[in-house]
Design a protein around this ligand. Structure first.
Ligand code: NAD
Ligand code: TYD
Length: 345
């Protein structure tokens, strides 16, 4: 039996990874450590909370003693570290929260995991640490780090702390950097679920600036397959990029969603741009293909339709989220942008 600690397992990618491991790795136990911030929610894991191979532990990575307690309670062999504050717009509003969870939280986890003899540690990072691209080129693992938002700067800091743990202590860590994920259970602050939820409610869809920013979209299932491959077969100290090989301008994504939902383009609103908005991300994932035997499998059109179906079927979950503290965030982030007469991008 291998005991895998997944941090952030009540979040979007973490919850999908928990389900995948329980289904595909019958001889693994999972310890799911999560602080249950606004982004963490166990509703979608309700059935697996009763699974004897899955133990949930509410703990905050910024508090080292809480991590120690989790390690006291479970014989942890491997770690997949996903917990983080993850939304760029929130990092612009409140950067210090990102330093606490992403930077201090990662260092605390590295220290405890190393002292407790963890044998493999996968650090889950993002292509955003590389900064932004012009019209040509892709990020490789050799691209210098040049983060532009408080979120990506905090993730780059955590990547460097992982690198330092490998070089200084010989710690067995691997880093993965993935492009924009979409799929079931994503918090409706990110582009795709926010647009689905607004369109289903007949509310305006706020497109930042000219909507020509490009993101590379990957289905969360493909990301989780990559994470397992990196954890099981990645070389210690290496970085692996994952991407969906699906570069699209935001406006194309939003218009495609409207068409899948059978809604009209009168819902589109061009609003003031995000400060420091990265123009284009594109990932070269040839290293993961060659070394890990991984490749993205899910087509965007099919994955998007399945995602829309999931959000239709889980309208109660979305409505519950959107009726709570989310309303204050939405007002702060979009109230001014969507007000009548506010300047577009
Ligand atoms: P998410 O915001 O949906 O979930 C993050 C989870 O981490 C939440 O359950 C939250 O409660 C938990 N968490 C936050 N701070 C914590 C703390 N101090 N202690 C313990 N738990 C804490 O994020 P996600 O989209 O699932 O992203 C997971 C990871 O993948 C992050 O590290 C993110 O940087 C990375 N990533 C995300 C994407 C993407 O498109 N979503 C792409 C590449 C990489
Ligand atoms: P997001 O899902 O926040 O991911 P990231 O900023 O990490 O790439 O945003 C994806 C793209 O969509 C990004 O270019 C910003 C844009 N966007 C909008 O145009 N409107 C919105 O309301 C949101 C949330 C994002």
């Amino acid at each position: 039996m291998t005991t895998l600690l997944i941090t952030g397992g009540a979040g979007f990618i973490g919850a999908n990874l928990v389900r995948r491991v329980l289904a595909d790795r019958p001889d693994w136990n999972i310890v799911n450590l999560d602080a249950l911030t606004y982004a963490g929610d166990l509703t979608w894991l309700a059935d697996v909370l009763r699974d004897p191979r899955h133990a949930f532990e509410k703990a905050d990575l910024a508090d080292r003693a809480q991590i120690e307690t989790v390690f006291d309670r479970h014989p942890i062999d491997w770690v997949a570290h996903l917990a983080a504050e993850s939304h760029v717009d929130r990092s612009i509003l409140e950067p210090e929260v990102f330093i606490r969870s992403n930077v201090l939280g990662t260092q605390n986890l590295l220290d405890v995991a190393r002292k407790r003899g963890v044998k493999r540690f996968l650090h889950v990072s993002t292509d955003e640490v590389y900064g932004t691209l012009g019209a040509e080129g892709k990020f490789t693992e050799e691209t210098p780090l040049a983060p532009n938002s408080p979120y990506s700067a905090s993730k780059a800091a955590s990547d460097l702390l992982v690198r330092a743990a490998v070089h200084t202590f010989g710690f067995h860590a691997i880093t993965s950097r993935c492009s924009n994920n979409y799929g079931p259970r994503q918090f409706p602050e990110k582009l795709i679920p926010l647009m689905i939820a607004n369109a289903l409610d007949g509310k305006p869809l706020p497109v930042y600036g000219d909507g020509q920013q490009v993101r590379d979209w990957i289905h969360v299932d493909d990301h989780c397959t990559g994470l397992l491959a990196a954890l099981e077969r990645g070389r210690v100290g290496e970085v692996y990029n994952f991407g969906g090989e699906c570069e699209l301008p935001n406006l194309t994504v939003v218009k495609t969603l409207l068409s899948v939902l059978g809604k009209g383009e009168e819902l589109l609103r061009f609003v003031a741009d995000r400060p420091g908005h990265d123009r284009r991300y594109a990932i070269d994932c040839s290293k993961a293909k060659a070394e890990l035997g991984w490749a993205p499998q899910r087509r965007f059109d099919e994955g998007l339709r399945a995602t829309v179906r999931w959000y239709r079927e889980h309208a109660d979950w979305v409505a519950r989220i959107r009726s709570g503290a989310y309303r204050d965030y939405y007002q702060l982030q979009y109230g001014g942008r969507l007000a009548p007469g506010s300047p577009p991008g």
